[in-house]
Design a protein around this ligand. Structure first.
Ligand code: URA
Length: 243
């Protein structure tokens, strides 16, 4: 059977779509899988689909996605040249006072989607991962990640992979005035640093950049000492989670 990156991704996507017992499958009818260039050295990982993403079946197509597009355009990146995905592949939501509200995943949900993200990352094997928001940073960099202090810093992952986190666009959209301007500035700085590294990697040959990291070592794959803090999900419930 063909084992190209695209074929592997299709298989994983189908598996997620057909699994009716995985958490969120009952409440959220549509899988939102990653998209873009699966051979890109750079992957951007968000939190999970919201209402618009669920309707369209594509990541980051709502207001947060529009802001993401703007920030990417500012640093000269396009969606077609990176792999764009989320930790969650289905929408997590709850009813609050009669209204549907996105929510963070519960521990059992996260365990399943972390595993699926690991498999996805093993297939696309990026050299550089940019995490958007606390959930992705906690899953892929270290627990208890503190965005205000640690955004824009590089962390080392498996096989020389580099990881960085920056503010989630949905969080930025909730800010106003000077605070909005300041966090936008910091976010653009972080994207600039990531885009600079990405361009260096792009210039290398595909054989060099598309390495297969060690099996089973994707989630929170930073080196010892990088995984500080304990406890999930309480450590994630800062201001920065998606609303
Ligand atoms: N927020 C995310 O984290 N991912 C999306 O796909 C959309 C909004």
């Amino acid at each position: 059977m063909e084992r190209t990156v695209e074929a592997e991704l299709q298989r994983l996507r189908k598996e997620i779509e057909e699994c009716r017992v995985s958490p969120l499958a009952e409440s959220s009818p549509r899988v939102v899988f990653g998209e873009g260039d699966p051979l890109s050295p750079m992957t951007i990982v968000g939190e999970g689909p919201g209402e618009r993403e669920e309707q369209e079946g594509r990541p980051f197509v709502g207001r947060a996605g529009q802001l993401l597009d703007k920030v990417m355009a500012t640093v000269g990146l396009t969606r077609g040249e990176i792999w764009l995905t989320n930790v969650l592949k289905r929408r997590a939501f709850e009813m609050v006072e009669g209204r549907v509200k996105n929510r963070l995943p519960r521990a059992n949900e996260l365990a399943v989607y972390k595993e699926l993200l690991d498999r996805e990352l093993r297939i696309v094997s990026p050299r550089l991962i940019l995490c958007l928001g606390n959930l992705a940073a906690n899953v892929l960099i270290h627990r208890g990640f503190r965005m205000t202090k640690e955004h824009g810093q590089w962390f080392s992952g498996v096989s020389g992979r580099k990881l960085m986190a920056t503010f989630h666009p949905a969080y930025i959209l909730r800010l106003e005035g000077a605070e909005f301007d300041e966090i936008m500035r910091q976010t653009v700085d972080d994207f600039t640093a990531a885009a600079t590294d990405y361009r260096v990697l792009r210039e290398q040959s595909p054989a060099d950049i598309h390495q297969q990291p060690a099996a089973g070592k994707e989630s929170r794959d930073t080196q010892p000492g990088g995984n500080r803090g304990r406890g999930y999900p309480s450590s994630l419930l800062g201001r920065e989670s998606k609303s």
